[in-house]
Design a protein around this ligand. Structure first.
Ligand SMILES: [Zn+2]
Ligand SMILES: [Zn+2]
Length: 107
């Protein structure tokens, strides 16, 4: 997890999203919350600045990606698994401001 400077929200936590979600957010499209899937990944080398907040980072995928790559939605991945089993899924991630994502999620 890292920080990003958002034009709307200023300094924020950055989250990684699949490129489909990224393109939708770039166009300011609203996203159906139930179709946005989150995958947690544990990292050994977490940012010390954020270490006290959480021991994993959350990556967001559209439901197409979640299905195509058979991503685990219920248990956190180890960083090694991310590299070995799901490398393709994580290749084309982009970083967005967490508030921009939240504000574009609708029920
Ligand atoms: Zn996607
Ligand atoms: Zn923002």
């Amino acid at each position: 997890m890292s920080r990003i400077i958002c034009q709307t929200h200023g300094r924020q936590v950055a989250v990684e999203v699949c490129h489909h979600l990224y393109e939708a957010l770039t166009r300011r499209q609203f996203l159906q919350a139930s179709l946005v899937k989150s995958v947690k990944v544990r990292y050994d080398d977490l940012d010390p600045e954020l270490n006290d907040l959480t021991d994993y980072t959350v990556h967001y995928f559209c439901h197409h990606c979640a299905k195509q790559y058979d991503l685990p939605l219920n248990k956190p991945l180890q960083s090694g698994e991310r590299e070995s089993l799901y490398q393709e899924a994580f290749q084309k991630m982009a970083r967005v401001c967490v508030k921009c994502l939240e504000e574009h999620l609708v029920d």
